[in-house]
Design a protein. Structure first.
Length: 294
């Protein structure tokens, strides 16, 4: 009887132990599945975050504003002498320039008005207008020119003078090849028709064809502070013996962003004039200029 009781207890213990093993094994499988599921969720979350980070682009750098297409310069200069000779000379200058990299057309003009007296007697009343059209100037160093010039001169006894011409120009230094150069040099050549009406009826009016060579240079002596610039024209006639040439040179000292001090030297020569008018003329003036853009 005792033996049967011991055997019954042993069988019950074995059954209990086996049941416990089955329960623990099932629990382990459930926990393992849960871990795998959690791991999959986390992995998907990481991938989603990575996709989002890849999709979001960094903010673009701000685009610098395009350079102004129109620039202008207003200048007033002159000189005053007092004493045995009372001389006054005032010159009003305007410079207007248009350049657009997206356009083949460009424009520049440098009209001026000059007024001078000597001992209160009018000596100089000069009017000059020029309209210069350029083609492919912003795209190439070699460009086309189409221009017109109108003049009046009390000093040279010219009632009206009109020039119309066409030509080609070349930016030798400071154009597309060397844009950052502190030295700029260009040359152009054109053919123009000139019609000059003199005030005096005793002087034959001019109607000539000229070859016009223009030489320009600009030197930045002190960067963004002191500049020397000059424009020289050499214009012999083709169909008769006649020569004209003139030059305008300026030394510009920049005071700030807009204002500059200027020293200007104007020189001109004409081989054919009204009787009593000298062939050459030289003026030196000091002044102030204002530069702006749009």
């Amino acid at each position: 009887m005792k033996f049967i009781l011991i055997l019954f207890l042993g069988i019950c213990s074995a059954i209990t132990y086996s049941h416990a093993q089955i329960v623990d094994s099932t629990q382990y499988k459930i926990d393992s599945a849960s871990i795998k599921k959690n791991a999959t969720i986390k992995t998907d979350t990481i991938k989603s975050d990575t996709i989002k980070r890849d999709t979001v682009k960094p903010p673009a750098k701000p685009t610098p504003p395009p350079p102004p297409s129109w620039t202008y310069v207003l200048g007033l200069d002159g000189m005053i002498n007092s004493g045995n000779v009372n001389r006054k000379l005032l010159t009003l200058r305007l410079g207007l320039n248009h350049e657009n990299p997206n356009s083949i057309w460009g424009f520049y003009s440098s009209p001026r008005f000059q007024y001078g007296t000597n001992n209160e007697v009018l000596q100089e009343r000069e009017v000059f207008f020029d309209f210069n059209n350029t083609w492919f100037y912003s795209q190439h160093d070699v460009y086309g020119l189409l221009f017109g010039i109108y003049e009046q001169s009390n000093l040279r006894q010219i009632n009206d003078r009109l020039n119309i011409g066409v030509g080609v120009g070349w930016r030798i230094i400071g154009g597309k090849r060397l844009p950052s150069s502190r030295v700029q040099v260009s040359i152009s050549n054109a053919f123009l028709r000139e019609a000059t009406d003199f005030i005096s009826s005793d002087t034959e009016d001019l109607n000539v064809l000229r070859n016009s060579t223009r030489f320009r240079f600009r030197v930045e002596i002190i960067k963004e502070k002191l500049t020397l610039q000059s424009t020289i024209f050499f214009q012999p006639a083709i169909n008769r013996k006649n020569l004209r040439w003139n030059s305008i040179s300026q030394l510009v000292f920049k005071l700030n962003k807009h204002f500059s001090l200027t020293s200007t030297l104007d020189n001109s020569y004409e081989s054919y004039n009204v009787a009593g008018v000298k062939s050459s003329q030289l003026n030196s003036t000091l002044g102030l200029s204002y530069t702006g853009s749009k």
